[in-house]
Design a protein around this ligand. Sequence first.
Ligand code: BQF
Length: 294
Amino acid sequence: MAIIDGKKLAGEIRAELAGQVEELVANGGNAPHLAAVLVGDDPASQVYVRNKVRSCEKAGFRSTLIRKPADVSEAELLAIVDQLNNDASVDGFIVQLPLPRHINEEKVTLAIYPAKDVDGFHPVNFGRMAQGLPCYLPATPAGILEMIRRYDIPTEGKEVVVIGRSNIVGTPISILLSRKDYPGNATVTICHSRTKGLENHTRRADILIAAIGSPEFVKGDMVKEGVVVIDVGMNRVEEPDTEKGYRLCGDVHFDSVAPKASLITPVPGGVGQLTVVSLLINTLKAARREVYRT
Ligand code: BQF
C-alpha cells in the first residue's frame, strides 16, 4: 500500500506555476489575479478561502478577497459579481459555496461570465467539459485527474466506481473518466443514495472515488485487494479532547481500507490540496486567455 502525497504534489505544481508566472511577467504580462467572494462566517468556508489566498501567494498570483456579512442581499451579491465580471484587472473569480439560504446559488453562478468562472461551475463550462471542448474544469475533478496523471495510474479499460453524483464532483469526474483520453477510457459506474447493493458495485472497482459527504462511509469489506482509492470527503467530526475540538476525516475508513489498497489518498493532505492548485491552474489559463479568446 502506498499513500498519495497530495501536499507534496501540490507543492511541486505550485512551484511550476510560479515559474510560469515569472515567465508571463518577464514577457510584459501581469501576474494572474484571482478574486474570491466570501459571504458569512462559516468556519470551513473561511479555511478554504484562506487556503486559496495563501496558495496564490506561494505561486506569485495576485488575489483579492471580498468579504460580506451573512445577511448580504442577493441583489448586492449579484452587483459584486457584475463588478468583477467587468473588472479588467481580475482574470477570474469565485463565489465561495455554500451561500446563505436566502441567496439563490444557481442565480449567482449563472451571473458569472463563463470566461471568468475559474471554478468551472457555470453551465457553459460544464457543457463544454461534457463535450470535451476547452473549458475551466471544476477544481476537484481537475485535481483528481492531475493526481492520476502524476502517479501514472492506468485508467484505460478500468472499472471506475464513483460514489456521489453532485454537480461539482461525482457527475463531472464520471464524465471525465469515461472520455476518450488519458486519464479516461474507463468504464464508469455512478452510485448514490438510491443504489441497491452498493458493495456489489464498489467491490468490482479498480479505482474507487468516494464523494459522498459521509464520514468514513467506505469500509474495508467494500473494496477489493489492489484498489486505487480516491477520497474526496472533507468531514468535520467532533473530537472534544483536541485543540480545535474536531478532526477532519474523509468518506473512507482509512484504517480498514488502506491495507487492501495499492494506492490511497489521505484526508487531510490528499485531494483537497490538488483542488486548490487546480483553481490556480484555471486562473493562469484565464490570465493567458487560453480558454476564451476575448
Ligand atoms: C487538505 C470544499 C466541501 C465543500 C466545499 C487542502 C482544502 C481542503 C483540504 C481546501 C473544499 C475542500 C474546498 C486540504 C477547498 C478542498 O490538506 O486536506 C485544501 O481548501 N478545499 C472548497 O473551497 O469548498 C468546499 C469541500
